[in-house]
Structure formats: C-alpha cells, structure tokens
Design a protein. Structure first.
Length: 164
C-alpha cells in the first residue's frame, strides 16, 4: 500500500510574508509535526519554482530536499530535510534529518504516477497564486476542467492554526 501525498501553498500572512509550502502525508501535516510548534515550510518559490523543475521532482538520482524549519530558523536548530528519489513506479521519501530535539519522520513510499500528478497540481496552483492575471486567461480552460484555486489547496484545518 502506498502513502498519500498532498501539497498545499499557504498564502502570505502576518507571520510569514511569502507563500509557504505545506505537506500532508496520509492526512497528517508532515512539516509542522517534524519541526515543532511555530515552524514553517519552505517558501513556495523554492519548492515550487516557476520556469524550472521543482526540487521535489523525483528522479533516479536521490537528492536531499529541505522542506521546513523550526520557529527559531533552520540556521539555529537545523532544517527538516528528506532524500527524494524514484525507483521504478515508486517515489520514496527517506533518510529524514530533523531539527534538534525533534523526531524525524519515517520513510514514505508514493505511487510514482500519483506523486507526479500531485506535484503538477501543486505547481499549477502556485502559479495561479503568484501570477493571477496570467492564470485568469490561461486558466479559464483549466478552471472548467475542475482545477482548484490555491486557497483551496490548503485544508481548512491548516488555515485555522493560530499565528498563520
């Protein structure tokens, strides 16, 4: 059985002035659980960049990706990072490194097709957040196909968190 991945973009707010990435694995907020209270995901421009492949793209070459940091910053207590790689029809997130005093998550295994589809959806959603005028004209056909706006990519429980 494969794990379930959902990637969202939290809009800028008073606490973090840039959109940040949130990751849910099997329904649980993976970054927040691993970095502790007050931590955050990486800026969306880093993990879901426009015009170049996301570092979250899984290839046969394993690579370490920084996903988040604790409230005190990654430079203080360390970053949350994971090795992402593709082995045939499976994408694995393993060999986690967590900030000081936090427990690293276990290894996760995703169906490669579902993983690629979720990452592509998150990249499209992030583009609509940053370039709304372009998305309005280019996204009208996509909108009729049932795509969601960025604000809809973050489960409502995530936006109810204090300080977000």
């Amino acid at each position: 059985m494969f794990d379930d991945l959902r990637i969202g973009v939290l809009p800028p707010g008073p606490r973090y002035p840039v959109p940040t990435v949130r990751v849910w694995i099997n329904g649980a907020e993976a970054i927040e659980e691993a970095v502790g209270p007050g931590g955050r995901g990486r800026p969306a421009v880093v993990l879901l960049p426009d015009g170049r492949p996301s570092p979250l793209r899984a290839t046969e070459e394993p690579r370490r990706v920084v996903l988040g940091e604790p409230a005190c910053t990654g430079g203080c207590c360390g970053w949350l990072s994971v090795v992402v790689w593709r082995c045939g029809g499976v994408v694995e997130w393993a060999d986690w490194e967590a900030p000081a005093l936090e427990q690293p998550p276990p290894a996760y295994h995703f169906d490669a097709g579902a993983y690629d589809a979720e990452l592509a959806r998150a990249e499209r959603a992030r583009r609509r957040e940053v370039y709304p005028a372009e998305a309005g004209s280019a996204g009208s056909a996509a909108g009729s196909a049932g795509s969601t706006a960025v604000s809809e990519t973050v489960p409502s429980s995530a936006t109810d968190q204090p300080g977000l």
